[in-house]
Design a protein around this ligand. Structure first.
Ligand code: BES
Ligand code: MN
Ligand code: ZN
Length: 496
């Protein structure tokens, strides 16, 4: 997609769609008044009729605009400028972009308002660029008739006083983030017969080469030699062998600390012998979203050339019920020697990333973040749109929560009281892999805590937000690419 930043009056911009933000309440800014003049007060009349209120993400199409250089106009409400935030601007821009991306080969132009409240101009441009990339990409890879098309060209239009130089850099950053989000979305949206540990690893290698990341793929023999006992147990029920992908970005030099990002990559979760019912299994291609998010974030970190050291790890298995499948009552020995009694083969994610976390700790991680579609309990607790955060180190978690806020993504911390450990006790092993009915998201996190060797760590449960059951005005159904932005933000800011 040809994406550029220009500085011009809205009426002079040539595009198939001109998109203009409209504030709610108060006087219209000069650029909107100028546009209204060019349209012979048509906008004022629409406002008086109550059709143009400026309410957040409200859309109004003006299908024919002979007075403008652009063919059509789309007005999108941005709410009150004093309340404008990254999240609200993201919602407005995504809604507008999705509205106009349903036809092939369109040229769009999006005017950045003069009054942005607390949002800086560059930040608004970045978020808009990401929306142009993400909002124009659908999940209909396999449909004869596509419903969403990337734009042939997109212009980000600054008011005539705008500094195009710094905005162009912001737009480039937004594009990189958008591509990273779309990569994560694509991998999650692809069906499980296409994406299994070997094909995920092959794709990761290809992406790594394209952005100069170092990439190693561990096959099942290497994982065996490295004693990934619990990860390999989960993989046993599948004909597809396990993999681990290691992606390395060394932008910070030898003395800078290393951040490790660990992703759950269960390419399909049937539940194993504790098999899932049909409804619960249907969307379980999404169970590698953590790994896809890590891969997406790593490509962005590399392309942005962040001056930090980050290693991304993807733990990849398929959870199936073949004749060699791991069983209830099995006792597994994880990489760090902890023994685990299996009470439920559907609690497999924690048995995959625990070994990956312990490997990361042994290979120089100073701080860790893991991402996993880990528990339905987290969705019950926080709903479908909010990720759960769990930590053994409040200061590190606070940095991550701050990064999520900056990135405009919703994240909420849950407690990690010692008492939850009681629920994981086993009579025959060091622990069992489930903690029972109550506090399921937290007991899963308490389980993982045993494998991080006391290093600062945050676990992110993305079971709700990673995969959307239906489309909404501001986002496509299916994979969302959630938290890619937050990871990039924390990698950039969190090394002090
Ligand atoms: N992959 C699932 C969790 C999940 C649920 C992800 C819904 C996305 C949407 C995970 O492996 C799982 O099955 N968890 C079990 C744990 C239980 C057996 C302790 C769950 O949540 O039911
Ligand atoms: Mn499961
Ligand atoms: Zn799972």
């Amino acid at each position: 997609m040809d994406l550029r930043v220009v500085s011009a009056a809205a009426r002079d911009v040539d595009a198939d769609w001109l998109i203009v933000g409209v504030p709610e309440g108060g006087e219209w800014p000069d650029e909107l008044v100028a546009l209204d003049d060019a349209l012979q007060e048509q906008l004022s009349r629409l406002r008086e009729a109550g059709d143009l209120t400026g309410k957040l993400a409200e859309l109004l199409i003006v299908p024919d605009t002979p007075a403008l250089k652009s063919r059509r106009l789309l007005l999108v409400g941005i709410g009150s400028p004093t309340e404008l935030s990254v999240t609200r601007w993201d919602k407005a821009t995504m809604t507008a972009v999705r509205q106009v991306s349903s036809k092939r080969d369109l040229r769009v132009a999006f005017c950045v308002p003069e009054q942005l409240g607390f949002l800086s101009r560059d930040r608004a441009v970045e978020v808009l660029a990401t929306a142009l990339i993400v909002g124009s990409q659908g999940q209909d890879l396999f449909k004869a008739e596509h419903s969403r098309f990337p734009f042939a060209a997109a212009q980000i239009v600054l008011p005539e006083s705008g500094d195009v130089g710094s905005a162009s850099a912001a737009s480039e950053r937004g594009r990189i983030l958008g591509d990273a989000i779309n990569l994560a979305r694509e991998l999650v949206n692809r069906p499980p017969h296409e994406i299994y540990p070997e094909t995920f690893a092959a794709r990761a290698l290809q992406e790594a080469i394209s952005c100069s990341l170092m990439c190693h793929v561990f096959d099942e023999h290497r994982l065996e030699a490295e004693r990934f006992g619990s990860l390999l147990a989960v993989a046993k029920g599948s004909d597809r062998p396990a993999r681990m992908v290691v992606l390395e970005h060394r932008g910070g030099g030898p003395n800078a600390p290393t951040l490790a990002l660990v992703g759950k990559g269960v390419t399909f979760d049937s539940g194993g012998l504790s098999i899932k019912p049909t409804d619960g299994m249907l969307t379980m291609k999404c169970d590698m979203a953590g790994a896809a998010t890590v891969l997406g974030a790593m490509t962005a970190i590399a392309r942005l050339k962040l001056p930090v050291n980050v290693i991304g790890y993807c733990g990849l298995v398929e959870n199936m019920l073949g004749g060699k499948a791991y069983k209830l009552g099995d006792i597994l020995t994880a990489r760090n020697g902890v023994t685990i009694e299996v009470h439920n083969t559907d609690a497999e994610g924690r048995l995959v990333i625990n070994d990956v976390l312990s490997y990361a700790v042994d290979h120089g991680a100073d701080r860790l973040i893991d991402l996993a579609t880990l528990t339905g309990a987290c969705v019950v607790a926080l709903g479908e749109d909010v990720s759960g955060a769990f930590t053994n180190n409040q200061a590190w978690c606070d940095q991550l929560l701050a990064a999520a806020k900056t990135a405009g993504e919703d994240l909420w911390q849950l407690p990690m009281f010692d008492s939850y450990n009681e629920l994981l006790k086993s009579d025959v092993a060091d622990c069992k892999n489930v903690g029972g009915r109550w506090g399921g998201a937290i007991t899963a996190a308490k389980f993982l805590e045993k494998f991080v060797g006391g290093k600062p760590w945050v676990h992110l449960d993305i079971a709700g937000p990673a995969f959307a059951s239906s489309s909404k005005g501001h986002r496509e159904g299916g994979a969302t690419g959630c938290l890619v932005r937050t990871l990039v933000e924390v990698a950039e800011k969190g090394q002090s």
